[in-house]
Design a protein around this ligand. Sequence first.
Ligand SMILES: [Zn+2]
Length: 201
Amino acid sequence: MGNFSEIFNELISSLSRFPGVGRRSAERMAFFLLKMKPKDAQDIASKINDLHNNIKSCQVCNNFSTQDVCAICSNPNRNKDIICIVEEPKDVFAIEKTSQYNGLYYVLLGSLSPFDDVGAGDLNIGKLLNRILKGDIKEVIIATDSDNDGELTAQYLIKKISNYKVKIYRISIGIPLGTQIEYIDSATLGKALAECRPILE
Ligand SMILES: [Zn+2]
């Protein structure tokens, strides 16, 4: 166990790993945690702990789930003919908030990114192609981000999926180039989903 400043600085380093949190904010959070009742601070710690103990990847779509198969994949009221392909679980969250989509999902858990050396081999699309191959999928909506990596990923997916007998759509209308799905407001995202354009091969 180190002295106060060592312990405190380690906490600040950890907190500054959060997106959008700089050193100053991390310091404020650390002081806040220190001033909290121990029980309240421990409650936060145990919730973070629970996240990784209780939440896993859905075996079908890779979305976050407490079960082997997530609540969306196992919902009998969802339209099983359509798969919406997104980069990250947070994109599923954003699309669900629009209440405009009733199909299923596939989460790529990344995007092609030549600068970060993420290639087609790193993107797990075998499971997706298998689902399409099984024949119960009629349409796919590609809802990767409209930045460079997202577009590159979309082009790659179109190339792969066009080998199968499914209609391919790309979400794009109303979404400016360079936008990440998670930052689009619900109304615009809902409209973009409703008006997604078909890809003609
Ligand atoms: Zn699922």
